[in-house]
Design a protein around this ligand. Structure first.
Ligand code: NAD
Length: 337
């Protein structure tokens, strides 16, 4: 398998999985395998490879990313005597890897984690880079930076994904191209929905790893990974869209703000996103709720609402935007007239 390093944290990409799955450093350690309904069969299969392991199945999607679900997991760890030298294994999409990563970051002040992303979105984004998070009055307000010891991306698992999950992950793979790999964007434009998953995964992971390595704790440049997320997160929470689809719409909104500031070709971007089968607008989402969610973010940054804009493909910039510009973004995706 291809091996990529972020410090001591390794990402293995290939067909199948390493044997043994866990990078044990001691002869006897326990693992808790945290998963979700859609990945439970894969988790059971993996758990068979780990001699002393227990499986914990979370509620689906972001229902899992709550303080009370985390508390339930902590109690299970306490019951089985899970200790400092044991390993948290997260098998699932981004909701699982965010929760499992957070539990690993906080249990007895931090234990090792191994993440096995089973969605495209998890593989190209959520499982990479050590950001963990729970939702509380907004997305990811509780969280920690905690790099997993190992991430295992199995192309065969991703090849079996249903179309809907492939689509959701395509949005974050395209985002990676837009902020850091113009050639990947060209491939999306040329091959559309036929673009090979392996190409998407390899290139998008390379973009993310490059950005994370240069700014592990998001003191600055790492924030460019939030392209499409300022308005996207508000649409996800306010409109109940899955993360990847909300990000697709958020990228259209950010594209139109980029057009107004920098002359970015927003119509081209919207057509590209649409050609991949992703949404470029939303209906029935209240502008008041979306604006309130964005305003809540604003309170947390001294300067105002920060948005990642594109001067051109591969040239992102983190800007403070004004209310008028946010309105432009919302109009572009049908939230404002
Ligand atoms: N930490 C980060 O850097 C980061 C980055 C991007 C997104 N995220 C987070 O990731 C989450 C979204 O991740 P996601 O889109 O992977 O969603 P998810 O974890 O909610 O999973 C989506 C669905 O896929 C199902 N599923 C998982 N694996 C499957 C498989 N192999 N086959 C069939 N079904 C399967 C799940 O049961 C669920 O219904 C959001 O909470 C988002 O905030 C985190």
């Amino acid at each position: 398998m291809e091996r990529i390093l972020i410090g001591d944290s390794e990402i293995l990409i290939g067909h199948g999985r390493p044997e043994p799955l866990l990078p044990w450093r001691e002869s006897r350690r326990m693992a808790v395998v945290i998963t979700q309904p859609g990945a439970a069969a894969i988790a059971r299969d993996l758990a068979r490879q780990i001699p002393d392991s227990e499986i914990v199945t979370l509620p689906d999607r972001d229902e899992a990313k709550t303080v009370s679900v985390a508390e339930g997991v902590y109690h299970q760890l306490a019951d089985i005597g899970f200790g400092r030298h044991d390993t948290v294994v997260g098998v699932g999409g981004g909701a699982v890897t965010d929760l499992a990563g957070f539990v690993a970051a906080t249990w007895v002040r931090g234990v090792e984690s191994v993440l096995v992303p089973t969605t495209l979105l998890g593989a190209v984004d959520a499982a990479i880079g050590g950001k963990t998070g729970l939702n509380l009055a907004g997305k990811n307000l509780v969280g920690a930076f905690h790099l997993p010891t190992r991430v295992v991306i199995d192309h065969d698992v991703l090849a079996a994904l249903p179309d809907q999950l492939r689509l959701e992950g395509t949005a974050e793979a395209l985002k990676a191209g837009l902020i850091g790999d113009p050639e990947l964007v060209d491939l999306f434009a040329k091959d559309g929905r036929r673009l090979s998953l392996e190409v998407m995964v390899t290139r998008a992971v390379a973009v993310k790893v490059g950005i994370v390595k240069a700014d592990l704790r998001e003191d600055g440049r790492r924030a460019i990974l939030n392209f499409g997320h300022t308005i996207g997160h508000a649409i996800e929470v306010g409109g109940g869209l899955p993360h990847g689809l909300a990000v697709a719409v958020g990228m259209v909104a950010a594209g139109s703000v980029s057009a107004a500031r920098y002359g970015f070709p927003d119509r081209w971007l919207s057509e590209l996103i649409s050609s991949l089968g992703l949404p470029v607008a939303v209906a029935g989402v209240s502008p008041e709720i979306v604006l309130a969610l964005i305003a809540r973010d604003k309170k947390r940054t001294a300067a105002g609402v920060r948005m990642v804009l594109l001067r051109e493909v591969g040239d992102p910039v983190i800007d403070v935007v004004n209310e008028r510009e946010i309105e432009v973004g919302l109009s572009a995706v049908g939230i404002r007239d």
